[in-house]
Design a protein around this ligand. Structure first.
Ligand SMILES: [Ca+2]
Ligand SMILES: [Ca+2]
Length: 267
């Protein structure tokens, strides 16, 4: 009888904690779309770069050497052999829609690009261009999928920053009808993926294409962090003192709840 009563009190306080902690920190990788900026050295024919690429703790890979990095902070590999570093008219455009003459990463169906990170990240940004249906990003922590996104998610959140006449396409996800030419043109933009809390940092990214068309990206930017990313400041989020205290209190309650569960299980 005592145990039953104890259990229902524990369950009640547990649900209160659950809703509180959920409201305090939603668990997700989320994203924002911007035009990006020109390269740090002012070049406008290299595609768009992250607004955070000037931060000293942000690492950027531009593929301009013609190869993917296979050592160091971000190690790239391919699961098949028809993807790679290319240079052609489908390169993601610059921050003002300028043509990108540089090398970029091209991924086709059946040949994923896999990025293994040396540290846990809370931010990954990409110049995403010439978008097709089912361009897909998957974020993992070890083998656990944290979140995945496709072109459709960008459409549902308001669309790409630029629709480029340099990339004619068809009526599919990521494209818009240009009323002056009556031609569908494809989405481009700088897309920033970031963690909202320490529960959704990631250390592996898989870039894949499901179906026809290519998946073109350039100027990948990475930011390491064990907590959520502060998008306003381009840094790892630092909780306000009051919030930190609140989280500590929740932590204490959760710890107690686990102990309770343990004793109940034993009973
Ligand atoms: Ca490039
Ligand atoms: Ca494409």
């Amino acid at each position: 009888m005592f145990i039953k009563k104890f259990a229902s009190i524990a369950a009640l306080s547990l649900s209160a904690i659950a809703s509180f902690s959920y409201a305090e920190s939603a668990h997700a990788v989320t994203f924002k779309v911007t035009t990006g900026i020109e390269s740090i050295d002012g070049k406008t024919n290299q595609g768009a770069f992250s607004e955070f690429s000037k931060n000293k703790d942000v690492v950027t890979v531009d593929f301009n050497s013609g190869k993917v990095p296979t050592t160091g902070f971000a190690k790239y590999s391919f699961s098949g052999n028809n993807s790679g570093v290319w240079s052609d008219m489908w390169a993601p455009v610059g921050a003002k829609g300028e043509k990108n003459d540089s090398n970029y990463l091209e991924v086709f169906e059946g040949s994923n690009a896999i990025i293994n990170l040396e540290k846990n990240l809370n931010y990954f940004g990409i110049d995403w261009g010439a978008a097709h249906t089912n361009n897909t990003y998957s974020f993992f922590n070890g083998d656990k999928l944290v979140n995945s996104f496709t072109t459709k998610d960008i459409d549902l959140a308001g669309g790409f920053a630029i629709y480029s006449a340099l990339h004619p396409g068809s009526n599919e996800d990521g494209a818009k009808l240009d009323p002056t030419t009556n031609q569908y043109i494809q989405g481009n933009g700088y897309v920033h993926f970031y963690s909202e809390s320490n529960k959704d940092t990631f250390n592996k990214i898989v870039i894949s294409q499901v179906g026809g068309g290519g998946f073109e990206t350039d100027n990948h930017s990475f930011h390491a962090g064990a907590k959520g990313f502060d998008f306003e400041n381009g840094t790892t989020a630092v909780p306000e003192p009051g919030v930190a205290l609140g989280l500590l209190a929740v932590g204490g309650l959760l710890l107690r709840k686990r102990k309770n569960q343990k004793s109940l299980n034993l009973g």
